[in-house]
Design a protein around this ligand. Structure first.
Ligand code: 5GP
Length: 204
């Protein structure tokens, strides 16, 4: 029997650049995992193609998919539904291929419950690690601005605890390299590799 693929989930706060990083990863010829194209009710943006960027659906169609349990996860984000097709994900994993999801945080939480042994990567903005420094050295922000930034940062840091790895998106190419390195390392993790060797001994 073929070993199952790895479910890779890239998520992070809104505006961190998840989409840009994902597009860069999939533009690289050595990327070996499969991108799961999401369903959405939002209108296509200029240049977006149905079945390539998203599967564009009406609200009625999307709600029918929810009813029929065709979605691994879904969330409403800025007034539109977004969701991951469950059949595609399961079939691709069964074929032994890694599947990559790029989804917002509510969806990632649902996937974690269904696929606890997936690989969950949290992308963070560089502003998060620089935040305190910048506020202290600049000293020009009003108290309101500082408090607002701090509360956004607090929320972002709290979100991290669902994830296995945190990648800073300071430079797109570096963020992509880190994500790919994490996937390679994850494939070598003892807990994932050991069962294969144990099976080998059973055959002997
Ligand atoms: P956009 O409308 O800019 O393409 O995407 C908006 C947000 O929806 C992004 O944070 C993106 O990661 C997220 N997203 C895209 N596809 C899915 C999905 O299938 N499920 C969930 N939960 N979020 C998604």
């Amino acid at each position: 029997m073929k070993e199952k693929g790895l479910l890779i989930v890239l998520s992070g706060p809104s505006g961190v650049g998840k989409g840009t990083v994902r597009k860069e990863i999939f533009s690289q010829p050595d990327t070996s995992f499969e991108y799961s194209i999401s369903m959405t009710t939002r209108a296509p943006r200029e240049g977006e193609v149905n079945g390539v960027d998203y599967f564009f659906k009406s609200r009625e169609e999307f709600e029918a998919l929810i009813e029929q349990e065709k979605l691994l996860e879904y969330a409403e984000f800025v007034g539109n539904y977004y969701g991951t097709p469950v059949d595609y994900v399961k079939e691709t994993l069964e074929k032994g291929k890694d599947v990559f999801l790029e989804i917002e945080v509510q969806g990632a939480r649902q996937v974690r419950k269904k696929f606890p042994d997936g690989l969950f990567i949290f992308l963070v903005p560089p502003s998060l690690s620089e935040l305190k420094n910048r506020i202290i050295t600049r000293g020009t922000e009003t108290e309101d601005v500082i408090n607002n930034r701090m509360s956004v940062a607090k929320e972002e840091i709290e979100m991290m605890n669902l994830y296995d790895y945190v990648v800073e998106n300071d430079q797109i190419d570096l963020a992509c390299e880190r994500i790919k390195a994490i996937v390679v390392a994850e494939h070598c993790r003892r807990e994932r590799v050991e069962p294969r060797y144990i099976k080998m001994l059973e055959v002997e």
